[in-house]
Design a protein around this ligand. Structure first.
Ligand code: SAM
Ligand code: TMP
Length: 417
């Protein structure tokens, strides 16, 4: 079943509405990255869409051309639980610290987290104001946070909700969201909602995978249905400026393989724009992020990366080695489908998320097993399908290594590590 819900007609930019959206990378027909399948579902038709990206030459936003209805992505069975990663837990503890030292200024005003998931960050900032609220449309993960005693509204964040939040909890001194801005298809409406909910001196902080890292690491597997956009500081500044908002600080952070944390406020705010914004805009300009040619070159390198991965796996298979996948990630869905890697290549994929175990990978139908199954009978090679968690996984799996096992990664090119 091919079911792209929304396709940009004649390649018009979703945000600035100009007909200057240039397609550059086609990753082919793709299932929903987190739509893991039960054994009964294996014989049913699978939903697919065209994973196709474009670059807008007018507003510089890199975006999906065909998109999937968010209701099909964020629901009562959302597969990603933020708290699976200790590294992310530490990361959010550090962010909570920054917020308390630098951003928090009036405990009467609200603090809002968009995409609060299972409460990994929300619980660390909920002491700052009695009006700290998480917004989380995926009800199963929202419930985990609610069960920790956190205040969570299980809805999509938008202008209507922003208006209600102001009435119920006062304007916001802070709106924060990690790995969620890129999940919101209508960023013009998001900017409108920010204007509605923010106090005049309020701050917004978002962190998302950074386009420059995606391009320099050839991390094409960051491109999937949930990520409607791939941000640069250039494209976000352009977007927010159109809506009376302004970035005043940016910071590159290492999580999820390279992300950008942006700090913003209303244009008229007393906060001054820091040098970090000016510097990053210059770096992006020097790296060619405003030129279509850079994206075409990236697409070319992605094709070569696929060839090198397939060749490495072929070689190991021909040598009779046992290979498995490690981490049933959303990125893994992209890699496996784009490179045509199925159960004939990977015996299984192991993952530490209990709700994924016993299911099958979308499109490629490889069984997902527990980490305990992996440890009970080590293979020769484990291809890490969540390269962004490579260090954490490799540290945990010292026993696999000491018994002669080796990891495979495909970033930036296929190799044994
Ligand atoms: N913030 C967490 C983190 O960084 O680990 C969760 C990130 S997860 C990739 C994205 C979350 O955003 C999901 O839990 C999803 O349900 C939620 N989400 C998606 N669209 C949203 C929207 N419009 N408003 C609020 N949350 C949204
Ligand atoms: P994601 O890239 O879609 O966020 O998924 C990452 C997956 O990696 C998630 O299903 C859990 C899995 N994982 C492990 O199995 N072991 C680990 O140590 C870590 C950090 C993640």
């Amino acid at each position: 079943m091919n079911g792209s819900i929304s396709s940009i007609e004649n390649h018009t930019c979703r945000l600035c509405d100009k007909s200057t959206l240039r397609p550059f990378l086609d990753l082919g027909s793709m299932p929903i990255a987190n739509a893991f399948l039960s054994s009964e579902q294996l014989s049913e038709p699978e939903y697919t869409f065209n994973l196709y990206t474009g670059f807008c030459e007018s507003c510089f936003m890199v975006q999906l051309i065909d998109t999937v209805d968010p209701n099909l992505l964020f629901h009562d069975n959302y597969a990603y639980f933020s708290s699976i990663s200790n590294v992310m837990d530490q990361h959010f503890a550090a962010l909570a610290n920054i917020i308390s030292n630098e951003i928090f200024y009036d405990e009467e005003l609200s603090v809002i987290e968009i995409g609060s998931n299972d409460g990994i960050l929300l619980e660390k900032i909920s002491g700052y104001s009695s009006n700290t609220i998480g917004i989380e449309p995926s009800s199963n993960v929202a419930e985990v946070a609610q069960n920790k005693g956190l205040k969570v509204v299980s809805e999509f964040f938008n202008s209507d909700l922003a208006g209600k939040l102001v009435m119920d909890y006062n304007p916001a001194q802070l709106v924060v969201g990690a790995n969620v801005l890129c999940h919101i298809p209508d960023l013009n409406e998001l900017a409108h909602a920010l204007n509605t909910v923010l106090d005049d001196e309020g701050v917004f902080i978002f962190e998302d995978p950074y386009l420059l890292d995606i391009m320099s690491k050839l991390a094409y597997d960051q491109i999937y249905d949930e990520h409607f956009y791939y941000f640069s500081v250039t494209s976000l500044s352009t977007l927010f400026e159109r809506h009376g908002l302004r970035l005043f600080r940016v910071e590159q952070i290492p999580v999820h393989g390279g992300s950008m944390r942006i700090y913003g406020c209303k244009s008229e705010s007393r906060r001054s724009t820091e040098q970090s914004v000016v510097n990053q805009l210059q770096i992006e300009n020097d790296k060619g992020l405003s030129n279509l040619e850079s994206y075409i070159a990236f697409a070319d390198s992605v094709k070569k990366s696929r060839l090198s991965l397939v060749a490495l796996l072929d070689k190991l298979q021909n040598e009779g080695k046992r290979i498995v996948g490690y981490a049933a990630s959303s990125k893994g869905t992209v890699i496996l489908n784009y490179c045509g890697i199925g159960a004939d290549v990977l015996e299984y994929v192991c993952d530490n998320t209990p709700s994924k175990q016993g299911l099958f990978t979308p499109g490629t139908h490889i069984p997902i097993v527990s980490i305990e199954s992996f440890a009970s009978d080590y293979p020769d090679y484990a291809f890490v399908l969540a390269w962004n968690h490579m260090k954490e996984i490799s540290d945990k799996e010292s026993e696999f290594r000491s018994q002669g096992g080796r990891f495979i990664t495909h970033i930036p090119e296929a190799r044994i590590v």
